[in-house]
Every structure is written in structure tokens, then in C-alpha cells.
Write a protein that binds this ligand. Structure first.
Ligand code: NAD
Length: 485
């Protein structure tokens, strides 16, 4: 069985250390192994990055951006191959995989603008014959630890801009679907990135702890579940590192009586069931104002959920693939059992789905619960599967209070045709990303991150500069020269 290798100092390396199986979730078969880096292997990557950093830092931003332009071209040329790799190990449909790659390419495009973004400020005559300027400087060696659910896009949120800012980056991708992440990193080297500026080490807690503890690593970017986000934030900040740690979610959609229901249903179908619900921005709760809204919503959702085309992610024309692992499937089924036992009404049951020809795949069908209450675990906890809960309240005030009655705060939205109401509600929703009559969009120039237990910090856009640069301000006495301005 082939092994997914580390990428250290521009070379693919195998260390003969511990390995983990990588599965194709559509078949349930192990398809390859991935090396799990020891502390010594991580240190080798850190040493490589540290050695490469000074020359890269002194490379003009415009030259660094040119590497990103070539990287973008290579990503576009390899779209089909990368989508296939994502789909084979993650399980999402080829269309979903291509979509995540396109969104990641937008981050590369943003990084191409580094010369503009890094310009800083200039202030003339701040004192007698004194001018001042500020600029953004790289930190040195920085690291990213990424989740399984976007093996292409989430790493691309991080390292293109970090590297374009002049840093050297170490990436520790998810060990569950590492192949596309590694291949994409190789393309950046092919685009002309010097050796050592991007190293990829695969691994588990041991590799992550090595990155947290290494004094050479100045900043850690994490995206994943809330318990690990909290661990990395606590351990990293304790050691004086800059840490941003984006965690889990329980995203609510608020449906008002005047909502365009067809539009809402179309948004919810994609938001709740796309990528099998394994999206941080998935909608898992629809909060309706009034029984009539809930009944009309269910009448439209039920047939569409039952008609979802589900199969191996690598087949064309499907709506949904499997969950990522057998453990993820069992966890989701456990939540459905729990919701039923707690008294929620199971409108559509996705358990026990068998896909002909893929009987061992980790499939769960689209699932819908009605009459969910705030005490239930299916309401409170992140399920990360194709399960949506419906709750009904009588007033706008109550619905806002309830939508905010969650430990998470990544995303939320409202469906209404009253623009004043939309603004009023959005203003009160406690979430880092909000939508009005839409779902899921978040362009590369806008910040991504949440409130409450959804984490700390922001990826994407100029907000990322707070993570990957430090600002220097300089005052200069102009001596004999007198400004004419
Ligand atoms: P995860 O927390 O299990 O893993 C994320 C990373 O942490 C992986 O690289 C993994 O190897 C590493 N890791 C796992 N256990 C560890 C430990 N004990 N110590 C140190 N490192 C450890 O998350 P996941 O299951 O891969 O991803 C799904 C989660 O990510 C969901 O909760 C989802 O909401 C979240 N997510 C959030 C966002 C966001 O923008 N906030 C985006 C994508 C995913």
C-alpha cells in the first residue's frame, strides 16, 4: 500500500515511523497509509523553514506574488485531478470538491495582491522635519493545523497569504484525507517557491504538540473542532505564541413568516445536506416564527430530502456522498437515535441507508427532525452530519433569543422579505458570519471566524495580517532636507 509522505525542504520523505490508514469512505476500504511525524521529523521541518526564512523575507513582495500567480495557474490546470483526490479520501462529490478548490484559488488570488496589502502607511510632518511610516513585517516560521472537511480550501486560507507576507510555513493537515493537501503544496514548489518555505508534516497529537512547543514557531493557525481549538489556544498562548483557533459550529437559520420559502428551501437543502453536512458553515437548525412557517417548510423540504441522490463521491451528478469515517457515521446515527429517544419527531430518517455497489461505504441519508427543543443534545451539540432540526417560536424577540442560545457562534442567517427586519435581526445575531436570504457564501476578501466557542481569530482577507505579520512604525528626522509639502 502506498504511503503519503512528508514534504520537507522540497523533498518527499518517508521516515519509517508510525502510520495511519487512509480510507475511501465510499467503499470503506483503506486505500493508502499516511506517515505520522515524530517530534524529530517535525523539528527537521522547523529547521528547514528557519534556514529558508531570511532570504524569503528579503525577497521583494512583488516577486513573492509572482510565485502565487504561477501557483494559481497550476491549481487551475490540475482541478480535475485534485477534485478526484479530495473526493476519494473525503467522500464529498466531485462538484463539491471542485467548488472547495475554486474557493481556495480565490485565496491564492488574494495573496497575489500582497504588494498592495503590505504597503503600510506614511505620515508626513509628524514633528518638525520628521516623517513617519509603518509596514507589515513577517514573523518568521509560522504553522497551520487543518481539519479533514476542507483538505484543499482551509490550508489555502492560511499559507498563500502567510508566505506572500514573507513567512516560512509548516502545515500539519488532517491525517484522514492528506493526499490532495500534499499534492497542492507540491504545486507551490513547482511554481517556484524556494525549498523550506512550505513544509508539510503529516501526523496526529505528537506532531501538533511538537509545533506548539517549538520556540522557533512564532504563530499557530488552527481550524477544527472546539475542544482541540481550546487546547491549542491554551498551550500556544501559554508559550507566548500568536494563536488563532477556529472551532466548531451550530449554525441557525431564522425563517420569518414573510420569507420567500422556495428560496429558503433551496438554500437550506444545500446548507444542511451539501457535503453530507460536514461543513463548518452547514445549517443544522432552522428556527421558524409560527407553526405555519414550520409546516410549510417541512412540506417543501421532506420530498426534496427523500429525493437526494446519494452515492460514491467520485461518481458524477450526485447530491451527497458518505461521511468521512465509520466513526463519523456511527456518531451521526447515535445522534439520530438520541433525538428520537428525547422526543423529537423524526420526519425523514437517514439511518440504515445502503448504496448498491457501495454497501460498505459510510452513508447516512438526509435526516430531518421537527419539534426539537433547546434541551435536546441534537440541538445543543455539533453533529457534523446531514441532520437538520426545526424549532418553532411565536415572536421575533423569542426567535432571536433562541438563535443566540447556543454555545457556538460561527454563522447565522435570516430569511425575510422585510429589509428593515433583516437588518434588525442580523444586528442581534451572535455570529461571526451572517447571511440574509442566502447561505454559505464567504468570499476570500472577507473574514471567516466565529464568536463564543466557535473560536478566536479570523482567516481570510486583510484580517489575516493580524496573524501573519507584525507592524513596525518608523519615525525619521529628515536632517537638512525640508519637505516642500
Ligand atoms: P479535529 O479537531 O478533529 O482535527 C483538526 C486537526 O487537529 C487535525 O489536523 C487533527 O490531526 C488535529 N488533532 C486532532 N486531535 C488532536 C489532539 N488531541 N491534539 C492535537 N491535535 C489534534 O477536527 P476535524 O474533525 O478534522 O474537523 C471538523 C471540525 O472542524 C468541525 O468541528 C468543524 O466545525 C470545524 N471546522 C471549523 C471551521 C471554521 O471556520 N470555524 C472550518 C472548518 C472546520
Amino acid at each position: 500500500m502506498s504511503i503519503v509522505q512528508h514534504l520537507i525542504h522540497g523533498e518527499l520523505v518517508t521516515k519509517g515511523e508510525r502510520t495511519a490508514d487512509v480510507f475511501n469512505p465510499s467503499t470503506g476500504q483503506a486505500v493508502r497509509k499516511v506517515e505520522l511525524a515524530s517530534r524529530a521529523t517535525v523539528q527537521q521541518a522547523i529547521d528547514s523553514a528557519k534556514a529558508a526564512f531570511p532570504a524569503w523575507r528579503n525577497t521583494p513582495p512583488a516577486k513573492r506574488a509572482q510565485v502565487m500567480f504561477r501557483f494559481k495557474q497550476l491549481l487551475e490546470q490540475n482541478e480535475a485531478r485534485i477534485s478526484q483526490m479530495i473526493s476519494e479520501e473525503h467522500g464529498k462529490t466531485l462538484e463539491d470538491a471542485a467548488g472547495e478548490l475554486k474557493r481556495g484559488i480565490e485565496n491564492v488570488e488574494f495573496a497575489c495582491a500582497a504588494p498592495e496589502v503590505l504597503k503600510g502607511e506614511y505620515s508626513r510632518n509628524v514633528g518638525p522635519n520628521i516623517d513617519a511610516w509603518s509596514d507589515f513585517q513577517p514573523l518568521g516560521v509560522v504553522a497551520g493545523i487543518t481539519p479533514f472537511n476542507f483538505p484543499a480550501m482551509v490550508p489555502l486560507w492560511m499559507y498563500p497569504l502567510a508566505i506572500a507576507c514573507g513567512n516560512a510555513f509548516i502545515l500539519k493537515p488532517s491525517e484522514r484525507d492528506p493526499s490532495s493537501t500534499l499534492f497542492i503544496a507540491q504545486l507551490l514548489l513547482e511554481a517556484g517557491l524556494p525549498k523550506g518555505i512550505l513544509n508539510v508534516v503529516h501526523g496526529d497529537k505528537e506532531a501538533v504538540d511538537a509545533l506548539i512547543e517549538a520556540p522557533e514557531v512564532k504563530a499557530l493557525s488552527f481550524v477544527g473542532s472546539t475542544p482541540i481549538a481550546e487546547y491549542i489556544y491554551a498551550e500556544g498562548t501559554k508559550r507566548g505564541k500568536r494563536v488563532q483557533a477556529l472551532g466548531g459550529a451550530k449554525n441557525h437559520a431564522v425563517l420569518m413568516p414573510d420569507a420567500d420559502l422556495d428560496n429558503a428551501v433551496s438554500a437550506l437543502m444545500g446548507a444542511a445536506y451539501g457535503s453530507c453536512g460536514e461543513r463548518c458553515m452547514a445549517i443544522s437548525v432552522a428556527v421558524c416564527v409560527g407553526d405555519q412557517v414550520a409546516d410549510a417548510l417541512i412540506a417543501k423540504l421532506e420530498p426534496q430530502i427523500k429525493a437526494l441522490k446519494i452515492g460514491a463521491g467520485t461518481s458524477c451528478g450526485l447530491d451527497m456522498g458518505p461521511l468521512v469515517t465509520a466513526a463519523a457515521r456511527d456518531k451521526v446515527v447515535g445522534y439520530i437515535d438520541d433525538g428520537l429517544a428525547a422526543g423529537a419527531k423524526l420526519v425523514v430518517d437517514g439511518r440504515g441507508l445502503r448504496v448498491t455497489g457501495n454497501e460498505d461505504g459510510y452513508f447516512v441519508g438526509g435526516t430531518l427532525f421537527d419539534h426539537v427543543t433547546p434541551e435536546m443534545r441534537i440541538y445543543k451539540e455539533e453533529i457534523f452530519g446531514p441532520v437538520m432540526s426545526i424549532l418553532t417560536y411565536e415572536s421575533e424577540e423569542e426567535v432571536i433569543r433562541r438563535a443566540n442560545d447556543t454555545d457556538f457562534g460561527l454563522a447565522a442567517g435570516v430569511c425575510t422579505n422585510d429589509i428593515s427586519r433583516a437588518h434588525r435581526i442580523i444586528h442581534q445575531l451572535e455570529a461571526g458570519i451572517c447571511w440574509i436570504n442566502a447561505w454559505g457564501e464567504s468570499p476570500a476578501e472577507m473574514p471567516v471566524g466565529g464568536y463564543k466557542q466557535s473560536g478566536v481569530g479570523r482567516e481570510n482577507g486583510v484580517s489575516s495580517l493580524a496573524q501573519y505579520t507584525r507592524i513596525k512604525s518608523v519615525q525619521v528626522e529628515l536632517g537638512g532636507y525640508t519637505s516642500v509639502f
